[in-house]
Design a protein around this ligand. Structure first.
Ligand SMILES: [Ca+2]
Ligand SMILES: [Ca+2]
Ligand SMILES: [Ca+2]
Length: 561
């Protein structure tokens, strides 16, 4: 997304937090954590598709690996780094071990980020050819990894031939592929009631709707011919080897009027159900992931009806932005109650059996390492939290080595080249990187500096991903919160549940040692699935399980009869 859009989304986040989520935490303001709701328990995921127990990795192709010295990452470069992500051998654990990649836009586009597509059938020449893309899918599949791609269909680029044709005349056959009117009705950007940015833009004597900016006209998905074209394109890319799509700006798809008609409309939900049914028919286990950047109750509606289709008949995964916000707030406040309260709220609000998609940050957010002030203990907490939560976690490339934001204030600073090593070109290119490395790439925040270091953040991510994948309970199970959801909670404790299996997870989110428990859970023996150095033995006292954890440490135990 372009710079303007990011600022707007940040504004949106602030607005939703202030306007509709008064319980949202703000460590800087010292406000108390949110009140507890009903003690909602998160149910195990329904459905058995691969993506319901996967760990995803978000890749910005332009910044991952350059293969031809032009300073821009590309598909052959990404292929050459697949073994880093998953070597296809479950016996080895010196790879990251992720199950799937989400590629930010790879279609032809005039911008560096690609969110303004000008050809939905062609690969961006900076990234390579269709043959390169098909080879990427084959090479990923050979290693047991899936590939999903950004499918940006709320809007196209202003240079897309569809829009050029549509704008040419009111009688154009593509006129109704976009949203035209005779005048500017003065709609606001729906995420910012104080916005003065126009959403209707003048062109050839008329006005078109472009909610983000004039360079990205909104497609008019109420037009049947366009709906069919989008379904055809989805089928085309599924046939070319992709395993699903990430859906940009999903809640803004179909607008029916100004104000409340600009987001979350019934028509939008109906189209996503239509597309989901189409995709299920073409490739039954393909996944759709929604970017519905909103509050927990609104995100919950994008799963659709869980009666007929396990996990919901609309979007099977939706990013959990509010949980990300509470994780970061809780870690920065050394207070797990922020996170516990959000988990309890999710349990009460999300339909039973859905698959959450937790994230720490993505390409539109200041990187997690920066948001956590570079604090090593908090970064260690964040990794352990993300990889012990229910659902399908998404890592953003570079998070695993503690990559920080770049020093500029634009969106590019969230998307800087991957630091493979500490040399000036970072192992990323033999030429000049398209954008500078983030600070720290030469002083420890690189793959080379961390790969053989047992206590490194990269080693921690590798270990925790493998622990998660080795446990059906951790990957597919439900969750019940054990720690406090109000006041001050130095640790986040929860039990993951699947059938008769119970896995106890405790994260100490302070710098000091804490004694945790007693937890009144069944079992007489505890099998260690993961313990940080110094974690005391989990013991069974008469009133329950208890242990002592050093600062920032995590313990994961399977409770046995
Ligand atoms: Ca290149
Ligand atoms: Ca491996
Ligand atoms: Ca729209």
């Amino acid at each position: 997304m372009p710079h303007t859009r990011l600022l707007l989304l940040l504004a949106a986040l602030t607005w939703t937090a202030c306007a509709t989520n008064p319980s949202s935490g703000d460590p800087a303001g010292g406000r108390p954590p949110p009140p507890s709701g009903s003690q909602g328990e998160i149910e195990p995921v329904a459905g058995t598709e691969w993506y319901r127990k996967a760990v995803f990795y978000e890749v910005f192709v332009r910044s991952f690996q350059d293969s031809n010295g032009d300073g821009k990452g590309d598909l052959p470069g990404l292929i050459s780094r697949l073994d880093y992500l998953n070597d296809g051998n479950p016996e080895t654990q010196d790879d990251l071990g992720v199950d799937a990649l989400w590629l930010m836009p790879v279609f032809a586009s005039p911008s560096y980020h690609g969110y303004d597509v000008v050809d939905y059938e062609r690969i961006n020449p900076d990234y390579g050819t269709l043959e390169d893309f098909e080879r990427l899918c084959e090479e990923a599949h050979r290693r047991g990894m899936r590939i999903i791609i950004d499918f940006v269909i709320n809007h196209s680029g202003v240079q897309h031939p569809w829009f050029v044709e549509s704008a040419s005349s009111p009688s154009s056959p593509k006129r109704d592929w976009y949203v035209w009117g005779p005048r500017d009705p003065g709609w606001k950007q729906p995420w910012d009631m104080f916005s003065t940015a126009p959403t209707w833009h003048q062109k050839n004597g008329a006005y078109y709707y472009g909610v983000f900016w004039g360079g990205m006209p909104d497609l008019n998905m109420r037009t049947p011919a366009l709906r069919e074209e989008v379904k055809r394109l989805a089928s085309l890319w599924l046939a070319r080897g992709v395993d699903g799509f990430r859906l940009d700006a999903a809640r803004y798809l179909i607008e029916t009027g100004g104000g409340a008609g600009q987001y979350d409309t019934a028509e939008t939900h109906a189209f996503w159900k239509e597309l989901a049914a189409h995709v299920r028919q073409v490739k039954p286990d393909a996944v759709l992931v929604g970017e519905n950047w909103s509050t927990t109750p609104i995100i919950a509606t994008y799963y659709g009806d869980t009666g007929g289709v396990p996990g919901g008949d609309e979007l099977p995964l939706n990013f959990n932005f509010p949980l990300s916000e509470q994780i970061l707030a809780g870690l920065n406040a050394d207070n797990a109650a922020f996170i516990a309260a959000k988990l309890v709220e999710m349990g009460g609000v999300y339909p039973a059996g859905i698959s959450d998609a937790p994230i720490l940050t993505n390409h539109d957010m200041v990187r997690v390492a920066t948001q956590l002030g570079g604090n090593g203990g908090r970064k260690a907490n964040a990794a352990a939290l993300l990889l012990t939560l229910p659902g399908t976690p998404f890592l953003y490339y570079g998070e695993e080595v503690g990559m920080t934001n770049g020093t500029t204030s634009n969106d590019e600073a969230k998307r800087t080249p991957m630091p493979w090593d500490g040399t000036p070109k970072g192992g990323f290119t033999t030429g000049t990187p398209w954008f500078g490395f983030s600070p720290g790439h030469a002083s420890g925040s690189s793959v080379a500096a961390q790969t053989d270091v047992a206590e490194s953040l990269l080693s921690r991510y590798r270990k925790l991903i493998h622990v998660r994948q080795a446990s059906e309970v951790l990957s597919r199970g439900g969750l019940q919160v054990l720690s406090a959801t109000t006041g001050r909670a130095p640790s986040l404790a929860f039990v993951r549940l699947l059938g008769d299996e119970q896995v106890l997870v405790v994260h100490n989110v302070t710098d000091s040692s804490v004694s945790v428990g007693p937890y009144n859970l069944p079992g007489s023996k505890a099998e260690v699935l993961f313990e940080d150095r110094g974690v005391g033995t989990l013991t069974r006292a008469s009133n329950g399980w208890q242990a002592t954890l050093p600062g920032r440490a995590t313990g994961i135990w399977r409770l046995q009869p």
